[in-house]
Ligand binder design. Structure first.
Ligand code: S3P
Length: 421
């Protein structure tokens, strides 16, 4: 499996803020991560890749970023945008962020609000969207911030702003979200403590930190593996080994849910890679049963719902999901995009305010698309999920645009063709 997107962004950002030469191997070379690399270069870091695929990053040190001369083009990448806004918030520099049509419709108010409290100032487009220009504060002011939405990007933005802020910046998360920022910042030598009381996590970062250069090994992306897990479960005769799948508990919710639906998924050779739990997954064709999915598990599989909906469409019985309002502000409105995509392909789907209710076919292939292709709305995960649905259909599925797949998984089509032979 290709490198984890979340971890790859962080590897480049934190290396660019460390002193000396860091290296990263296994880095995801997708468009989103390349947008992060370009932005860090524009602010002074030296980033190169050698012929063996090792990335070398010469950092500028915390506090050392320079004014970018041009607007930072974030493409499709919400993670690049929100985490970089956090970093810049406590540097005395000014930056403009732009992005594609999908990113330009996504809410940035969720990071503008806490970062403004820390002293940064923002001039955003209507509704708190890109293009936006921001000016960091030097010195910034430490805050204690309780996350109003379960978002690792907002948590990370505040913690990263805290890196160059005197004193202690605290983030309280009522619902735990992916913890790659905390793990990796500690690995780079930041002084960060996390504690949990009755499921509520408090994370404290001591500011004016020095980060030390590191060698980062990026594990494989469970969100990319998800498409192959579901494909193998759905297609008769499948027995697929997915190598190098990150299984951080804050990311592995889909494995649990698919097992609860009856999916045969075995963990082989569990190990640790770059401070993260990893295993190979053996996945075999299984008869899946519809279930009610507990909304509490949503943060640990937040990017996997589109492909989970495909699994549900082929399961026996009804799958009900709820508490998924956040899916409406991803690269697309993933509730409405998947409801219409699966309906066009012949599945039985009802959309509610905060979830989908799907009546499965009990393994009968979907009809597939006939006259109308699937609209992907510049969303890589809609395109890849519907490619998996195509494998489980009579007529195949046509999607309008496969180019967004390159944002997170450039080798997807080639790997899927190989696996489907
Ligand atoms: C990410 C956090 C999640 C996820 C996104 C990557 C990250 O977003 O959907 O793909 O790397 O921190 P939210 O913070 O908006 O939930």
């Amino acid at each position: 499996m290709p490198g984890d997107k979340s971890i790859s962004h962080r590897a480049l950002m934190f290396s660019a803020l460390a002193v000396g030469e860091s290296t990263a191997t296994g880095l995801l070379e997708g468009e989103d991560v390349m947008a992060t690399a370009a932005a860090m270069r524009a602010m002074g870091a030296d980033i190169t890749r050698d012929d063996e695929g090792t990335w070398r990053i010469h950092g500028v040190g915390v506090g050392g970023l320079l004014d970018p001369r041009q607007a930072l083009d974030m493409g499709n990448s919400g993670t690049s945008t929100r985490l970089l806004m956090g970093i810049i918030a406590s540097h005395g520099i000014k930056a403009t962020f732009t992005g594609d049509a999908s990113l330009s419709g996504r809410p940035m108010g969720r990071v503008i609000e806490p970062l403004s409290k820390m002293g940064a100032s923002f001039d955003a487009s209507d509704g708190g969207t890109l293009p936006l220009t921001m000016r960091g504060a030097l010195p910034a002011v430490p805050i204690e911030y309780r996350l109003p939405v379960a978002s690792a990007q907002v948590k990370s933005a505040v913690l990263l702003a805290g890196l160059n802020t005197p004193g202690i910046t605290t983030v309280i998360e009522p619902v735990p979200t992916r913890d790659h920022t905390e793990r990796m910042l500690k690995g780079f030598g930041a002084n960060l403590e996390a504690e949990e009381h009755y499921g509520v996590r408090s994370i404290r970062i001591h500011g004016e930190a020095d980060l030390q250069a590191q060698h980062v090994v990026v594990p494989g992306d469970p969100s990319s593996a998800a498409f192959f897990m579901v494909a193998a479960l759905l297609i008769e005769g499948s027995d697929l080994l997915l190598e190098n799948v990150g299984l951080n508990p804050t990311r592995a919710g889909l494995v649990q849910v698919l097992r609860d639906m009856g999916g045969k998924i075995e963990e082989v050779n569990p190990r640790e890679v770059g401070g993260e739990p990893v295993a190979d997954l053996r996945v075999r064709h299984s008869q899946l049963n519809g279930i009610d999915i507990d909304p509490a598990i949503a943060p640990s599989m937040i990017d996997e719902f589109p492909v989970l909906f495909v699994a549900a469409a082929l399961a026996k019985g009804t799958t009900r999901t709820s508490g998924l309002e956040e899916l409406r502000v991803k690269e697309s409105d993933r509730l409405s995009a998947m409801a219409s995509a699966l309906s066009v392909a012949g599945a039985s789907v009802a959309e509610t305010a905060d979830g989908l209710v799907i009546e499965g076919t009990a393994g009968e292939p979907l009809r597939g698309t006939q006259t109308k292709p699937i609209t992907t709305h510049l969303d890589h995960r809609i395109a890849m999920s519907m490619a998996v649905a195509g494998l489980a259909s009579k007529d195949g599925v046509e999607v309008d645009d496969t180019s967004p797949i390159a944002t997170s998984f450039p080798s997807f089509i080639e790997l899927l063709e190989g696996a489907a032979k």
